[in-house]
Design a binder for this molecule. Structure first.
Ligand SMILES: [Zn+2]
Length: 322
């Protein structure tokens, strides 16, 4: 079986070749004043040392360079102690890991297909600053769609006795934007193993049409249909940061995996963890139900990278290089 590092090493071959035109830069010459337009005009990967140092130069490796909309890229930066990656105006943190820094960059459902540049800015142990410009190409995802027919509201239905719950989305958005110390380690796992009575009933990014109207929006998670009571497991190590009954997702649990990665488990019949609790990959966080806005027993599983919702299933099959 090929290890993650072997995959990254293979991908790194050919990417690290210095361009003749950039040999001067590769020797570590200081170029603090290089113009931004000059950098963007360069056709290939460039490394611009903002402040020169004598130690081993930071090296950036991307798990792959052709993510789909809703996909993610895993980054490794050797010989660096802090930094971040930036694309489409968003910043993704990088966390300390073996050999340097590690992290993910999410590609949003609305990010435009085509060539794009990822900027990686890091600092090495000697305090030197380095800026990398990494070309990627975003591929268009063919979104699935679902036509939903809702009956008209029954005028004879009495108003609910309980006051309605507040929509949870603003609080979720705030949680997804937080960055705490990294707890995740590779790999991430699916919350419920597929097979038998367990299947994917709704894909990430799915567009929905209501009562014959236009297809709108993008489903923010993966729906996994399963018998009621089936244990739902956390995709990675982390800390529970939300566990409550909500309006849309019903009983939900949010786990913060650190480094800007969070996951959410919705429509649970039962929550089995409390806020503040530490969980390990595979620990049960709740049981499948149909609470909230749900048409049948299933788990709604979300994965967020620095505030960008991404397709969790793509993290499991190796197609993103991690
Ligand atoms: Zn869902």
């Amino acid at each position: 079986m090929t290890t993650r590092r072997q995959v990254l090493a293979a991908l790194g071959v050919g990417l690290a070749l210095p361009l003749p035109a950039m040999a001067r830069l590769a020797r570590g010459e200081r170029t603090p004043g290089i113009a931004a337009e000059r950098q963007s005009a360069l056709p290939h990967r460039v490394v611009l040392p903002l402040v020169g140092t004598d130690g081993p130069r930071p090296e950036v490796r991307l798990s792959f360079r052709t993510p789909y909309q809703g996909g993610a890229i895993y980054l490794e930066v050797r010989h660096a102690v802090s930094g971040s990656a930036r694309i489409f105006g968003r910043t993704s943190p990088l966390s300390p890991g073996p050999g340097g820094l590690e992290g993910f960059v999410g590609i949003g459902v609305l990010d435009p297909p085509g060539p794009a540049s990822m900027e990686v800015i890091v600092t090495d142990a000697a305090g030197g600053s380095f800026r990398f410009v990494e070309p990627i190409t975003v591929r268009a995802t063919q979104w699935t769609s679902d036509d939903i027919w809702l009956p008209p509201p029954d005028p004879n239905t009495p108003p609910p006795e309980e006051p309605p719950l507040e929509p949870e989305q603003p609080r979720l958005d705030a949680l997804y934007a937080t960055v705490t110390p990294r707890q995740w380690t590779l790999p991430f796992i699916i919350p419920i193993e597929l097979g038998g009575e367990v299947w994917v009933s709704g894909y990430f990014g799915e567009q929905r049409s209501f009562n014959g109207g236009p297809r709108v929006g993008h489903h923010g998670g993966t729906d996994i249909a399963a018998p009621p009571g089936t244990p739902a497991r956390t995709t990675n190590h982390g800390t529970v940061v939300m566990s409550e009954l909500t309006l849309v997702r019903g009983n939900l649990v949010v786990v913060d995996h650190g480094g800007g990665i969070l996951s959410c488990y919705g429509h649970l019949s039962e929550r089995t963890v409390a806020v503040g609790q530490t969980v390990r990959r595979g620990d049960v966080v709740g049981r499948v139900g149909s609470t909230g806005l749900s048409s049948g027993p299933h788990l709604h599983w979300e994965l967020s990278v620095a505030g960008v919702l991404v397709d969790g299933l793509r993290w499991l099959d190796g197609t993103q290089g991690f």
